[in-house]
Design a protein around this ligand. Structure first.
Ligand SMILES: Cc1cc2nc3c(=O)[nH]c(=O)nc-3n(C[C@H](O)[C@H](O)[C@H](O)COP(=O)(O)O)c2cc1C
Length: 115
């Protein structure tokens, strides 16, 4: 199993979370490649070579940060349906936070990526 995790972290909490996640996953023979959205300079992102994709971000005003939504549009349409998961890091546990992934979900659905 090979997973690409794309993430944005403002103050380091999300980065800490994905690094810990990847380290735990490696104990189960799951290989994770981590990419910071702000360091992805390519115009397009191709995840066809991965089994799954993770998107991780801190919740900003009950939403995914703008850089995450903007970068999500760089994913090219996958050849086959690609599962993705979201890791949301928040300051508080609030029901409103749970809908932060909706815009992201709709952007990625057009690229053959399903939550
Ligand atoms: C501009 C901004 C908006 C935020 N909005 C929310 C929010 O709507 N809900 C929440 O629970 N936390 C909110 N937070 C808190 C962050 O989600 C939280 O501190 C998170 O752990 C930061 O992760 P990071 O260190 O990866 O940036 C907000 C933080 C910032 C800077």
């Amino acid at each position: 199993m090979k997973i690409a995790i794309y993430y944005f972290s403002g103050t380091g909490n999300t980065e800490l979370t994905v690094k810990k996640w990847a380290s735990e996953a490696s104990k189960h023979n799951i290989e994770c490649d981590l990419f910071k959205f702000e360091e992805v300079t390519d115009k397009t992102i191709d995840v066809n070579n991965y089994d799954k994709v993770g998107i991780a971000y801190p919740i900003h005003a009950f939403n995914a940060p703008r850089i995450v939504l903007k970068s999500a549009k760089k994913f090219i349409k996958c050849d086959s349906q690609k599962p993705f998961f979201v890791v949301m890091v928040s300051g508080e546990y609030m029901n409103l936070n749970h809908s932060s992934h909706l815009k992201l979900k709709s952007i990625l659905k057009k690229r053959n990526m399903t939550l």
